[in-house]
Design a protein around this ligand. Sequence first.
Ligand code: NAI
Ligand code: MG
Length: 501
Amino acid sequence: MPIAAALEIHPNLQKFLSKKSHPLLIGGRWAESASGKVFKTHNPATGEVLASVSEADSKDVDAAVSAARKALEGPWSKMSPAERERVLNKIADLVEAHSEELAQLETLNNGKTIREAKNGDLPLTIGLWRYFAGWPTKIHGETIPVSVPYYPGAKFLHYTVREPVGVIGAIIPWNFPLLMAVERLAPALACGNAVVLKPAEQTPLSALRLGELLLEAGLPEGVVNIIPGFGPTAGAALAAHSGVDKITFTGSTEVGREILKASAGNLKRVTLELGGKSPNIVFADADLEAAAKGMFMGVFYNQGQCCSAGSRIFVEKSKYEEMVQILAERAKTVRQGPGLDPKTQMGPLVSEEQRNRVLSYIESGKKEGAKLLAGGEAASGPGYFVKPTVFSDVGDSMKIAREEIFGPVASVMPFDSVDEVVSRANASPYGLVAAVWTKDVKKAHQMAQKIQAGTVWINCYHFVDAAAPWGGFKQSGYGREKSQYAIESYTQLKSVWVDLN
Ligand code: NAI
Ligand code: MG
């Protein structure tokens, strides 16, 4: 097995990876793609091939959508809410029981450190299953006291019912492969929908292993179909499919726009989560030690491959030089290596393409005159490593201050006043998250009101929970994932009138 790592690979994972190729899951059965084509997926820490995976295209999308539709008409729709809860809890138990091997698989296919996979991705994934397992018995409508002006004195019973949307197409990225899948699957299933999941082509493996666990948990056939493939083929076919009732997408803004256009054919519902260029704002009166950790983790977590990366760091002028130096010194000491090595603090980027994209942003930062204080280049050796990079003296109009880099690159900028930093922080087409560091409670809440973002963290960063809504303002997308608001978006409301006269 071509795996550079200090950790022993879990026997279940060895077995999973020893498969000659990994088929698609359609209608409860594992099958090759209609075309018979396969593609290779890699270990980004070495660049070596990890596995071969069946490649879905539009024919497989058709089959998966039909299987999902059939499942909606079959035993799935007849299950009581309590039975659906039991299935979801069983899935949560199985994912928990297999969390060690799933964390290793995530690390191997995505590159992230095993520490992050074990302490972040897996507990959050299990948390999503458990949170949404509690919902099926709590999804209900209301009775509404209606009046009909043209029928004075008449009596009616009016009530609402929440029904599943139908077939959900989920198109997800590679930065948190399992977590992104379950963020869609758990609420969709809690609400009684069926799903066609297209994992990212870079990281299809954990979704496929999850598919095995879903069947083991007794999920009826066709309720979840998993079809790895490429964006312009499988992804585009799913987004345009007239048998799909809703698309949930996380990825680039560019593809978000394509998905929206493709949805127009049958006016399917769409939720989009499209990343950001998030401000992390440190006031001079903050707990500077905590803020320094928050700056570091905010921008470098998951190698900076987070939609919520705090990549625009604003520091109040009197503490600017000090904070920039702390960040740069810490960046220089980061231990990079294969994610499976428990000593590794930062893994590789997911692919050669992403490494090149990030390096080209670094070059543009140098060219536009930002001051490079740490990193600034690829690490030597195999794998797609980029050294954690810190730029100071970054101008607001520079490309590195405006565009999502999706890599370990921090741009640090000084500011003078609240009004100034608010207007600079909001001067972005994005609005996913923001953070504010200050001990002044009033200032913190004033900032939370003024910042245009779907999530504002005060004296913390990257905190997420299944119960807290997640989504963007402005071009960071629309709709909310997780929380009770996901329940709203994975159901549709029916209004029923009964004449009592
Ligand atoms: P992408 O947006 O191309 O890929 C995300 C998903 O969309 C994948 O499953 C892909 O197969 C699918 N896709 C691609 N083209 C499609 C199409 N025409 N129709 C339907 N589905 C399609 O993102 P990519 O190219 O991997 O990364 C490029 C940049 O996008 C990153 O550097 C980053 O800035 C941003 N991005 C943001 C993410 C976030 O969490 N918000 C996640 C991944 C990427
Ligand atoms: Mg792309």
